[in-house]
Design a protein around this ligand. Structure first.
Ligand SMILES: Nc1ncnc2c1ncn2[C@@H]1O[C@H](COP(=O)(O)OP(=O)(O)OP(=O)(O)O)[C@@H](O)[C@H]1O
Ligand SMILES: [Mg+2]
Length: 457
């Protein structure tokens, strides 16, 4: 795992070097000599720990610049633990610093061993406070950031989310449709130090290919017909936050190259632009495609894959989550019953039996939708297997009674079948059905069709 980031602010180079030398094994050390270089580093890296020499020389008579920096750091990120360092006999400065929020103080000359103890403790406190905030947020339910999962494999996922949240490492989330990939991406964002920054999601498959580049990278005025004004892309608008690239397997190869370049350099050029812009984003990508196979078939670049998949999180399908199915069903039941002011109080026995044995091809989303529909339609006080449309297959080919419903049912069947045939590949499915890819997405949204998992389809 990454080392803890520590910012050392001191105007004397020798002292910085000495401290760095002593601390580099345990910390990722950043150094700054004055207010502006310190803030520049801090805004980018948001260190949990800072040591700050209050007497910076650009301010020979005093400590005001040091105090200004202390205040600015804490304003920017109140959780950071700042250890101030003062000259001998400057007790009043030390106390004043504590008064405005410094974590601890130290008098010169610095005893590095002692400083190390103080820093370790400071980080420990930082961690505790962070866990505490997290607990408070979750106090409302037994979920992790709103994600329900009691089975061991989901608990593993939560542990991994906590661990990666702290870093800036790119994460690739894989899992079948409706397994909670976006939910997990948002949780990582919220728990990370970027949590107060933007979370920008883009579905790479839902935007027509010819618009995707400018959507991602932005464009300059006049870059192409219709580009009436300069526009920042989604990547830019995620500055200091998290960019969520959903369905990343659908990214056209030309854009894969451009994205890779951005990930390597953290700089981009808007379409039609000449100037490079630096953007600080953490990238989380999601896919329900089998990217290994996409790579073998040369539809997905290997170099991009390894850039995106520094950390891989695989979400298990609902059918492998044991009792979670029932827990989730109950939570959805309570939620939708309350929303619809229905007095449905639980599940009938046949429903409780049918829930875990159903295959749940659409995973949590399917479960959610079924419970929602059942609540709206149900007449009794308990939802039955029939309310949930589980178990017995319909006798008629068409359950629908109107032409519109029958048409939709037919469309639904055909799209599902074609998707399966092409292993969930949207481009090829759209081609065979002779519609555009965005139209296909729209239809699927309208008809409530989720993409099949390519690996198992
Ligand atoms: N473990 C969970 N606990 C509670 N709700 C969940 C859980 N997993 C998924 N959901 C809900 O199921 C729905 C689908 O989740 P989400 O959109 O994150 O899935 P996804 O993997 O991104 O799906 P897709 O591949 O279709 O984009 C959402 O409404 C989400 O709130
Ligand atoms: Mg999704």
């Amino acid at each position: 795992m990454d080392k803890i980031r520590l910012l050392i602010v001191d105007d004397v180079e020798d002292i910085r070097t000495q401290m760095k030398w002593a601390l580099a094994e345990e910390y990722e050390v950043f150094e700054a000599e004055n207010f502006s270089s310190a803030m520049e580093l801090f805004e980018t890296h948001r260190m949990p720990l800072v040591t700050l020499d209050l007497g910076l020389t650009s301010d020979p008579n005093g400590v005001e610049e040091g105090f200004r920096l202390l205040a600015e750091i804490l304003r920017f990120q109140p959780e950071t633990k700042v250890v101030v360092i003062t000259g001998q006999g400057e007790r009043e400065h030390a106390l004043r610093a504590i008064g405005v929020g410094a974590y601890d103080f130290f008098h010169k000359p610095i005893q590095l061993e002692e400083l190390n103890v103080v820093l370790r403790r400071a980080h420990h406190v930082y961690d505790l406070e962070r866990e505490n905030r997290e607990l408070q947020r979750n106090a409302s339910g037994d979920s992790f950031e709103g994600i329900v999962g009691f089975c061991p494999s989901m608990q593993d996922v939560f542990r991994a989310v906590r661990r990666v949240a702290d870093t800036d490492a790119p994460v690739l989330i894989s899992g079948e449709s409706g397994t909670g990939k976006e939910l997990v991406a948002r949780a990582i964002h919220r728990l990370s130090e970027r949590g107060t920054g933007p979370f920008v999601a883009i579905n790479c498959g839902a935007i027509p290919e010819n618009l995707l580049e400018s959507e991602l990278f932005g464009h300059e005025k006049g870059a192409f017909t219709g580009a009436h004004a300069r526009r920042a892309g989604r990547i830019e608008s995620a500055h200091r936050g998290t960019l969520f690239l959903d369905e990343v397997g659908e990214l056209p190869v030309a854009l894969q190259v451009k994205l890779l370049r951005f990930l390597q350099e953290h700089r981009l050029e808007r379409v039609g632009g000449r100037q490079e812009i630096g953007v600080d984003v953490r990238v989380i990508a999601a896919t329900n495609a089998d990217l290994d196979r996409e790579m073998r078939e040369q539809r997905f670049r290997e170099d991009l894959f390894y850039r995106l998949a520094v950390v891989r999180l695989a979400l298990p399908p609902l059918r492998d989550r044991g009792e979670d199915v029932t827990v989730l069903a109950k939570i959805f039941l309570e939620r939708f019953a309350a929303e619809n002011k229905k007095t449905v109080s639980g599940f009938a026995t046949d429903a409780l039996e049918a829930l875990p044995s159903h295959g749940w091809p659409g995973n949590v989303r399917e479960l959610e939708n079924r419970v929602k529909r059942a609540i709206i339609m149900a007449e009794g006080r308990k939802l039955t297997a029939a309310d949930l449309e589980l178990g017995s297959a319909p006798a008629d080919r068409f359950r629908s009674s109107t032409l519109k419903e029958a048409r939709e049912e037919l469309e639904r069947d055909l799209i599902r079948k074609t998707l399966r045939k092409h292993n969930g590949n949207m481009t090829r499915t759209a081609a065979e059905l002779q519609v555009s890819r965005p139209t296909l997405y729209e239809l699927m949204e309208k008809l409530g069709i989720r993409k099949p998992d390519r690996a198992t389809a």
